[in-house]
Design a protein around this ligand. Structure first.
Ligand SMILES: *[C@@H]1O[C@H](CO)[C@@H](O)[C@H](O)[C@H]1NC(C)=O
Ligand SMILES: *[C@@H]1O[C@H](CO)[C@@H](O)[C@H](O)[C@H]1NC(C)=O
Length: 255
């Protein structure tokens, strides 16, 4: 009997180790913040005035590998028991609604804030550690976004001066002791590259508060296109062609 229990226990242990070795373990919360001027190219896609501060995109349960924890699905991914349904979400946020409208707006023309929050809840909140408590999930995210203002830790302000993405990563590391993840966009192919989002990674906890290095320090565009992100006026960061090919495109943490 004891042996059987031991064997069962070892099996579970081995299974756990195997899972974490592949990085498929929900270990990180990623706070994703958007630079509206970059996300809003062309500007006609966005409501005016376009905010001049980083707005919240979301707080994302993330595997160690940097892959997002997949969204809740009642049949295929029952990550939590009876999470609050997206259609029941908005009334529960009434007390923090004014703060959400300011810091977590839907930038897109013709799209309501409610839709954005419901989508973030469906994609990320329902599999978080707050399945029955969206008010706290959204409140924690607001609080983290106040604590970690990118304009205070990037070491540069929006200007016409371009900056290599690695300088920004190092600046944040100097200021916070952990590498963030930067994501870029390039509205016109082959032209300037802009810093679109910065993401801070936290050790999974309720609430998350301990910063971690993000597993991947540059996302999608920044690395795939082998450009460096540089910084320009109203849009913070862009790159220009002279950098093309001068950089391997490998992320600091990629193997
Ligand atoms: C967020 O910050 C406010 C103001 O400091 C505080 O009252 C509240 O408890 C915090 N919320 C959470 C969930 O930590
Ligand atoms: C982040 O990575 C650097 C080296 O790349 C390391 O020195 C540092 O301890 C790490 N910080 C955290 C918070 O894990």
């Amino acid at each position: 009997m004891v042996i059987q229990q031991l064997l069962a226990f070892s099996a579970v242990l081995v299974a756990c180790l195997a899972v974490s070795a592949q990085g498929t373990e929900f270990a990180i919360y990623k706070l994703s913040l958007t630079w509206p001027a970059s996300a809003c190219i062309p500007t006609k896609n966005c409501k005016t005035p376009i905010p001049k501060f980083f707005t919240i995109h979301g707080l994302w349960p993330t595997y160690k590998s940097d892959k997002p924890v997949p969204p809740y699905d009642a049949t295929t991914n029952k990550c939590n028991v009876n999470p609050v349904r997206p259609q029941d979400l908005v009334p529960k946020l009434a007390t923090i609604r004014p703060r959400l409208e300011t810091k977590w707006p839907n930038l897109r023309v013709g799209k309501t804030d409610d839709i954005f929050w419901e989508t973030e809840w469906a994609h990320h909140g329902m599999c978080s550690d707050y399945p029955q408590d969206p008010l706290t999930y959204f409140d924690v995210t607001l609080n983290l976004s106040n604590l970690y203002d990118p304009l205070r830790v990037l070491g540069v302000q929006p200007s016409n001066t371009p900056h290599p993405i690695e300088t920004l990563l190092e600046n944040v590391y100097k200021n916070l002791g952990a590498y963030p993840q930067i994501s870029c966009n390039m509205p016109v192919k082959g032209k300037q590259l802009y810093l679109k989002e910065i993401r801070f990674c936290f050790k999974r906890a309720r609430p998350p508060f301990e910063l971690r290095n993000c597993t991947v320090d540059m996302d999608d565009m920044c690395s795939i296109l082998e450009f460096r992100c540089l910084c320009s006026s109203s849009r913070v960061l862009s790159s220009s062609k002279q950098w093309y090919g001068r950089w391997s495109g490998k992320s600091r943490f990629s193997k």
